[in-house]
Ligand binder design. Structure first.
Ligand code: GDG
Length: 449
C-alpha cells in the first residue's frame, strides 16, 4: 500500500498487515530494520498457504475485486472462500485487539478486511474504527449478486466511519444499505452523511485519495531523474512519447488501450514514426489464471501491432513487464509527452496524479478514463476524458492532442498540478480523520478545485 507510507511516516502509529509471504518465511530482521527507518512500527500477520489461497486470491481477488469493478462474469463464488475470509478477518481482529488500547483509533484499509470491526465488536471491544475502501463500491444491481451481501453490508455498518473514493461510490453504498437494511435511516447531505441504525449511528463519506505531490515533484526535478529522462527521450529518438503504467490487471484496460494505439496508426498514418507508446506493466496476482491469460493476450497484441507497423529505426510499442525502481518510473513520467490512463474501472488511479506531479515542465497531456475515480476531480481541471471501450474515440483524442497548441497544453497541466498539489495525501488523511473525530457532519475541510 505505497499510497499510505508517507502518511504513516508523518504521523507514526502501528501498521498491522499481512507480511506478503506464507507463515514460516523469515521476515523478522527485515521488518525490524524497516520499522526503524520508516518512523512507524510494523506488526506482521502470517497466513498459511491455505489461507492465502482462500482468503487473498480467493475471496478478495476472485470475488470482491471483480464484482466491485463491474466484472461479474469473472467472479468465482466459491463457498469455501467465504469461510477463509471470515477466519482471516478474525485473525486480524485478534492481533489488533492484542496490540491496541481502548483509546486507539483503528483505521482499516480495503476490501480484504471488511469484517474487522464486526469481529472486534463480537469480541466485546468498543474501539473507534474507521474503514477506507480503495476500490469502487458497486451499485445495488451488481452488489446484490453477492451471495454474502447481507453479511458484508452489515459488517461494514459496524465501522464508525466508512470512506469511499468518490461520491458515486458513497451513493452506491447508501443505496445498497437502503436495499438490504430496512431499519437504516439516512440523514445529512454533502460529502458526509449519517446512517442511523437501531442502537447506533455511523458516518459515510467521500475522501478521494491522493499522493505526496511535493515528493514526486522534487524527485522529478533532481539531476539524476532529469538525466534519466533525457536518456529515455534520446533512446526513443526524441519522438513524442505516450505512456501507460499499470499493475497487470484486467481492470486497467490494457488490451483496449493497445487497440486504441492500433487505431491511431491505422486512421492517422501521419503519426506513424512520430510517436512511440511505452507500456509498463507491473507483475501482479500471477497465481490467478485470469491474470496469466491477460498477460498472454497483451503480449500477443503488442507483437501483432509491432509486426504491422515497425519500420527501420521505429518500433511503435515499447512494452516492459517488470517493476521499475521509483526513480526510473518518475523518469518515464517526466519524459512522457502524454499519459494514457484508461482503466475500465478504477477506485481512484494514482498514476494519473503522479504523472501530473512529475510533469514539472508543465507541457504534458493527461488522458483519463471516465471510469477512473480520479476523473471526478481531474475532468474539471484539464484532463482529457476518454471512454476506454471507444478505441476510435481514444485514437481521435490522441491525434487532436498531438497537434494541440502549446499554450493549451500548458494551461491544462498547470491546473491539473494545482489541483493535485492542494488535494494531496496529507489533505486526504486530515479530511478522513476530521470526519472521524468532528462532532458535526459538515465540520471538515472541503476539497478545493
Ligand atoms: C488501488 C486501487 C487506488 C506502478 N508501476 C510501478 C509502480 N507503480 C505504482 C504507481 C502507483 C501504484 O503503483 C498504482 O496505484 P493505482 O492507484 O494506479 O492502482 P492500484 O494498484 O490498483 O491501487 C486504485 C489505489 O488503490 C489507492 O487508493 O487509486 O484505484 O485499485 O503508486 O506509482 N511503482 C514502482 N515501479 C513500477 O514499475 N516503484
Amino acid at each position: 500500500m505505497t499510497a499510505l507510507a508517507p502518511v504513516l511516516m508523518n504521523r507514526g502509529g502501528l501498521w498491522i498487515g499481512w507480511a506478503g509471504a506464507a507463515a514460516g518465511a523469515d521476515l523478522k530482521g527485515l521488518l525490524t530494520a524497516f520499522s526503524k527507518d520508516a518512523g512507524y512500527d510494523l506488526h506482521p500477520v502470517f497466513l498459511s498457504e491455505e489461507e492465502i489461497k482462500g482468503y487473498y486470491f480467493g475471496f478478495s481477488n476472485e470475488i470482491i475485486w471483480p464484482l466491485f469493478h463491474d466484472f461479474q462474469s469473472r467472479c468465482n463464488f466459491m463457498p469455501q472462500y467465504w469461510n477463509a475470509y471470515l477466519n482471516v478477518n478474525l485473525k486480524f481482529a485478534e492481533v489488533t485487539a492484542r496490540h491496541s488500547r481502548d483509546s486507539d483509533y483503528i483505521w482499516v484499509h480495503d476490501y480484504h478486511l471488511m469484517h474487522l470491526a464486526f469481529m472486534l465488536r463480537n469480541m466485546g471491544l468498543e474501539r473507534n474504527c474507521g474503514f477506507f475502501l480503495h476500490i469502487p463500491f458497486p451499485p445495488p444491481d451488481i452488489f446484490l449478486k453477492l451471495p454474502w451481501r447481507d453479511k458484508i453490508i452489515r459488517a461494514l455498518l459496524e465501522f464508525d466511519l466508512v470512506g469511499f473514493q468518490t461520491m458515486r461510490d458513497r451513493r452506491n453504498f447508501v443505496e445498497c444499505t437502503e436495499a438490504l437494511v430496512p431499519e437504516a435511516k439516512l440523514s445529512g447531505r454533502g460529502n458526509i452523511v449519517a446512517i442511523s441504525l437501531k442502537r447506533r449511528s455511523i458516518r459515510a463519506g467521500c475522501f478521494p485519495i491522493s499522493i505526496d505531490f511535493n515528493s514526486f515533484a522534487a524527485l522529478a526535478s533532481s539531476p539524476e531523474v532529469v538525466k534519466a529522462a533525457e536518456e529515455i527521450q534520446e533512446a526513443l529518438r526524441y519522438r513524442k512519447i505516450i505512456l501507460g503504467v499499470d499493475r497487470m490487471d484486467y481492470s486497467k484496460g490494457i488490451p483496449q488501450r493497445l487497440q486504441a494505439i492500433r487505431q491511431l496508426f491505422v486512421k492517422y498514418p501521419d503519426l506513424q514514426e512520430k510517436v512511440t507508446f511505452v507500456q509498463i506493466a507491473v507483475p501482479s496476482r500471477e497465481e490467478i489464471p485470469e491474470y496469466f491469460a491477460l498477460k498472454n493476450e497483451i503480449e500477443q497484441l503488442v507483437g501483432e501491432i509491432n509486426g504491422q507497423f515497425t519500420r527501420p529505426g521505429w518500433i511503435p510499442i515499447h512494452y516492459q513487464y517488470r517493476n521499475l525502481p521509483r526513480r526510473e518510473l518518475i523518469a518515464y513520467y517526466r519524459a512522457a509527452d502524454m499519459a494514457l490512463v484508461t482503466p475500465l474501472r478504477d477506485g481512484m488511479n494514482l498514476v494519473a496524479k503522479e504523472y501530473c506531479a512529475a510533469n514539472v515542465t508543465e507541457s504534458g497531456v493527461l488522458f483519463l478514463s471516465e471510469f477512473a475515480g480520479a476523473a471526478a476531480q481531474l475532468q474539471k481541471v484539464g484532463a482529457i476524458l476518454v471512454n476506454p471501450y471507444d478505441t476510435e474515440g481514444t485514437a481521435k483524442a490522441i491525434h487532436r492532442a498531438f497537434y494541440m497548441d502549446t499554450r493549451e497544453r500548458h494551461s491544462r497541466m498547470v491546473k491539473l498540478r494545482d489541483s493535485v498539489r492542494r488535494n494531496n495525501i496529507y489533505w486526504w488523511v486530515d479530511s478522513f480523520l476530521q470526519a472521524a473525530f468532528s462532532r458535526h457532519l459538515d465540520d471538515f475541510p472541503q476539497e478545493t478545485v
